[in-house]
Design a binder for this molecule. Structure first.
Ligand code: FES
Length: 260
């Protein structure tokens, strides 16, 4: 996050129209109408400052949920820019609009019945082959996902590569809004990640051991002891716990390994 974005995120987001944010004011245009807003605000906070209220198109405010896709232009520049309203700081004379829910095709399937093969994805999303490799999807991605490469990997039958390439996707739908082949890239990528994570990647053996130990009651006594403690006692225990050093080796273990 840039210094400017940090400043913006430290501003009270509950304000609507109260000009209590310090700093220079800049003009922005929301759906064609001009507003003066503090230059340090994100698009989301600037719109709230201007009197807009987010009922949809806003979720986490932290760049995670993908609800706040935005398209904008800058004065004197033909280029269409994309971003997340909660993460992008306003610029003078920015012309912007929020993208509402985008009607992308989402296939229905019984996940338990799917085979971990590319053909399953092809059957559910045959439009995948309408991709003309124009790369507009990649250019539209605010998370820098190589969207077109992800689609190409699937066309080549490589689910693992598609899942890995799309790991940072937050499902904002901006790729779909720019696709001339009318692909629902983010839904396709999500299916690839589901198949990869559930049916291809090897099971984590250590996780399996912990699940079995939990079911066998290894942690019952410890949990009962914790549940009987008062708030102060719990706080002390938490504050005095042994912590992993910041620069610990990969094989670091705590002194007490009873519950590992
Ligand atoms: S509100 Fe969740 S990514 Fe912006």
């Amino acid at each position: 996050m840039s210094e400017k974005e940090e400043k913006a995120n430290s501003t009270d987001s509950t304000q609507t129209g109260a000009p209590s944010v310090p700093g220079k004011m800049v003009p922005i245009f929301v759906m064609g109408k001009r507003y003066e807003v503090p230059e340090t605000l994100t698009i989301m906070k600037a719109m709230e400052y201007a009197g807009f209220k987010f009922i949809r198109g806003c979720g986490c405010r932290g760049g995670i949920c993908g609800a706040c896709a935005t398209v904008y232009r800058k004065a004197g520049d033909y280029k269409l820019y994309v971003g997340l309203a909660c993460q992008t700081v306003v610029e003078p004379n920015m012309y912007l609009t929020q993208i509402p829910f985008y009607p992308a095709n989402r296939a229905a399937y019984d996940f338990s019945q799917l085979e971990p093969t590319p053909e399953e994805i092809f059957k559910l999303y045959p439009e995948l082959f309408r991709c003309v490799a124009c790369n507009a999807c990649t250019k539209a991605c605010p998370m820098d996902v190589e969207v077109m490469d992800m689609i190409s990997a699937l066309k080549q039958g490589n689910i693992a590569k598609a899942a890995t390439l799309s790991f940072s996707c937050i499902q904002c739908g901006l790729c779909v809004s720019r696709c001339m082949g009318e692909l629902p890239q983010y839904h396709i990528a999500q299916l690839a990640r589901r198949i990869y994570g559930s049916k291809i990647v090897p099971r984590a053996e250590h996780l399996n051991k912990v699940v079995i130990a939990t079911a066998e009651g290894k942690y019952d006594q410890c949990l009962h002891t914790l549940m009987k403690m008062g708030e102060e006692e719990l706080r002390k225990l938490y504050q005095e716990r042994e912590m992993e050093p910041a620069m610990a080796d990969e094989d670091w273990v705590p002194t007490d390994t009873k519950y590992l």
